[in-house]
Design a protein around this ligand. Structure first.
Ligand SMILES: NC(=O)c1ccc[n+]([C@@H]2O[C@H](COP(=O)([O-])OP(=O)(O)OC[C@H]3O[C@@H](n4cnc5c(N)ncnc54)[C@H](OP(=O)(O)O)[C@@H]3O)[C@@H](O)[C@H]2O)c1
Length: 269
């Protein structure tokens, strides 16, 4: 079977390495960016570049060609800077409006959609989002799955240019020292998306968590990171109730057969 065509909305930290790998594998890959200077970077990697801006609509040259594809992967970031979180829903809806004839949709969500007090966060749990951003994100996910799209909820992304503990210098006091971390390496995030793309036809409407196996506490992980960076160990404020959210990753292993390349963030500092 010839390789499918994939259009990736957002060739950023996650979308670009995914686009590069898929192009190397033989997929026809369209990739979007809002940054003119990145066009030659995409071209050099064998990606067909599109300069697209998504707001309440998708604007740019070649919108129709971009969406004339077998698979759309949406990696638009849910920026903290959105004054109204519903702006994100509008962006994703604008993309969905262009996808009426696209057979497969994949959306990168976040495990921040789960409430902090959830304990073990597994995909099949019915939960109530505990803040406005999470509520909006859950709505967006529902728009995707209602269209038989696939949602991958990633935990905190690290690897490549994003080093664990990069935020440590310049700040001394932290909260949540006893809370377990939920992180995933860039290689695994890309690897999971590759598996989802390969197996998409049997995954309509599914939701997956993307998170490493190991969940060291913040205190353990960031103290080790500070040591590696030759910084003073971070100080953690004593707290009575710490967040105990652990994102479960069994489903990607069982259903997708995914094997983690970096199961323990502590080994990657
Ligand atoms: N960061 C985390 O720890 C984390 C955790 C869980 C889930 N996620 C999710 O993972 C996904 C990928 O995140 P990332 O870190 O790769 O994001 P990123 O590096 O900021 O890349 C986002 C991409 O989307 C493009 N983009 C942003 N706003 C746009 C707009 N309004 N219209 C059109 N294109 C736009 C950017 O364009 P340019 O190329 O011009 O920059 C960039 O290519 C996102 O869905 C995010 O919500 C992230």
């Amino acid at each position: 079977m010839p390789f499918a065509s994939v259009s990736i909305i957002g060739c950023g930290w996650l979308g670009l390495p995914l686009a590069e790998i898929l192009a190397r594998q033989g997929y026809r890959v369209n990739g979007s960016t809002t940054t003119l200077e990145k066009i030659p970077v995409l071209q050099k990697a064998g990606i067909f570049p599109f300069l697209l801006q998504v707001d309440a609509s998708v604007r740019g040259e070649g919108v129709k060609d971009f969406f004339d594809t077998d698979i759309v992967v949406i990696t638009l970031p849910f920026r903290r800077s959105f004054t109204d979180p519903h702006d994100y829903r509008k962006q994703v809806d604008a993309v969905l409006a262009q996808c009426k004839n696209v057979p497969s949709l994949i959306f990168t969500s976040s495990t921040s959609v789960y409430p902090d007090n959830i304990g073990s966060a597994a995909e099949e749990l019915d939960f109530k989002p505990d803040n406005e951003r999470s509520k909006v994100l859950r709505q967006v996910e529902k728009h995707i799955t209602a269209r038989k799209g696939i949602v991958v909820r990633f935990s905190g992304l690290y690897g490549g240019t994003r080093k664990i503990g990069a935020f440590l210098s310049g700040k001394k006091e932290f909260s949540g020292g006893d809370s377990p971390v939920n992180l995933i390496h860039q290689d695994d995030a890309v690897g999971i998306l590759q598996k989802v793309i390969e197996q998409r036809e049997k995954l309509a409407g599914e939701i997956f968590n993307g998170c490493s196996d190991a969940h060291p506490t913040k205190k353990v992980l960031y103290t080790a990171a500070a040591k590696k960076m030759n910084l003073a160990p971070p100080q953690f404020i004593e707290e009575k109730n710490s967040v105990k959210k652990i994102v479960v990753n069994e489903k990607v292993k069982k259903v997708l057969g995914y094997k983690f390349l970096h199961p323990d963030p502590l080994k990657n500092i």
